[in-house]
Design a protein around this ligand. Structure first.
Ligand code: JFZ
Length: 419
């Protein structure tokens, strides 16, 4: 992946983040879009402002969990589609200082991020179901019709967005990333230009007022071996919702790990979301999943975050990454057997080590019955299948010497050698 050669390159060194969806929608415990999806009238929905009082909010504990999970950064929802602002904005009273809690949630989070060395990125929704000038006429993630008393005016609304984005990028220290959500009806490159002026080195996604710096596949694992543009995949610990949901259908850690392994082996970043409860606590199921994945991630991280190299492999069941004279075999899917043959790799490694448990694995250069018409390929055996059933495996192959030239010539060598 080509780097920018400027402050944005933090993105390539910090590959795993926590997404946090939190707002007054958490009071329902149904979904972050409850106002729209359950057709709650604006006059009824705003009553949640007087109910929001997260007395157990402790951003230091959130950051300790982020670090324990092996994560490097967070993306925090400053304003979701409901238009409610989780910071002390001067642009509207529809913000967290109008609640019984009164305090600036974002300012508290910023302090904890700095204390624990976690990079802070901000989420901001282009659609807004509260602001009177915002367009709500059935467009993408808009309400089906304007609220009573609205005065839809896209120019005035974008001016509001610019002023809020300026607040967010001026008053909370270094902001590493800006996650716009739901591409707006109009493009306006001046907005991201303003963000870059306020925050040199900010990474901006593809869902805002221009195409930004990086792509954002959501809740999916793209096919292929390598991303062509900087990419950050996003997923939540639960299948139904990004915001807090009382009876969420949580994913298995194994399912989420498979996506992380594939996305990172393709050169992408990955952010995994939790939705804190109205009291400010992260649900225990979410904590369990993050910690389980974190134990695996810290062991296999050198392999899944190395340079994408799957292009050298004739196999759709594994991914390859490379770091100098080392190749990593990323078994992102459950293995069918305890052995793997790796055409067209025809050079013998010095050793094979399973990063998941640190144990060496038997490795040979041989002709196997399945590849009897070929030259000898690398053949790794003794892989613990029961482990493969619970987490993606990563095997490190150390070679005496490995170069781009050797790797590029392997396929031809494999075909030309008469066997
Ligand atoms: C959006 C939000 O609507 C959702 O509530 C959450 O915040 C998520 C992270 O982002 O969801 C999307 C965004 C884009 C697509 C689908 C859902 N899309 O491009 O298909």
């Amino acid at each position: 992946m080509k780097h920018f050669g400027d402050g944005r390159d933090w993105f390539f060194e910090n590959r795993y983040g926590m997404f946090i969806h939190w707002g007054i929608y958490s009071i329902n415990g149904w979904h972050e879009q409850v106002q729209w999806r359950r057709r709650i009238p604006k006059a009824e929905y705003v009553k949640r402002v007087a109910q929001f009082n997260p007395v157990k909010y402790d951003p230091d504990s959130w950051m300790r969990l982020t670090k324990e999970s092996g994560m490097d950064y967070v993306i925090f929802t400053t304003k979701h589609h409901d238009g409610f602002c989780m910071w002390d904005t001067k642009e509207t009273d529809y913000n967290v200082t109008s609640t019984p809690y009164r305090r600036d949630i974002l300012a508290m989070l910023t302090k904890s991020c700095r204390k624990y060395g976690i990079k802070l990125c901000l989420y901001y929704s282009c659609p807004d179901w509260h602001h009177p000038n915002s367009i709500n006429q059935g467009g993408d993630h808009e309400l089906p019709k304007q609220n009573p008393g609205d005065e839809p005016d896209i120019g005035k609304y974008i001016a509001y967005v610019k002023r809020q984005a300026s607040e967010l990028c001026s008053n909370y220290g270094r902001i590493y990333g800006f996650f716009w959500d739901i591409p707006p009806r109009v493009k306006d490159p001046s907005i991201n230009k303003m963000l870059r002026k306020l925050q040199p080195g900010i990474m901006i996604n593809d869902r805002g007022y221009d195409k930004g710096d990086y792509d954002t596949p959501e809740r999916k694992v793209p096919a292929g071996g390598e991303f062509k543009r900087p990419t950050e995949a996003c997923q939540s610990v639960g299948e139904q919702s990004w915001g807090y949901r009382k009876d969420e259908d949580y994913f298995s850690s194994s399912f989420l790990m498979q996506g992380i392994a594939k996305i990172m082996a393709m050169g992408g970043n990955y952010v995994l979301n939790v939705g804190p409860k109205p009291d400010g606590m992260i649900p225990s199921e979410g904590i369990r999943i993050l910690k389980e994945i974190g134990k695996w991630y810290v062991r296999v991280k050198p392999g899944i975050t190395a340079e994408p190299a799957t292009r050298y492999l004739d196999h759709e069941n594994f991914m390859l990454t490379r770091d100098g004279n080392t190749i990593y075999v990323i078994c992102h899917k459950e293995l069918p057997s305890s052995g793997i043959t790796l055409p067209p790799i025809t050079i013998m490694p010095e050793r094979a080590v399973l990063l998941n448990n640190g144990k060496k694995l038997p490795v040979k250069l041989e002709v196997t019955p399945r590849y009897y018409r070929s030259v000898p390929f690398v053949h790794i055996q003794g892989i613990p299948l029961e482990l493969s059933a619970s987490e993606p495996l990563v095997i490190r192959l150390d070679f005496k010497k490995l170069s781009e030239k050797i790797l590029d010539e392997m396929p031809a060598r494999a075909k030309s050698m008469d066997y």
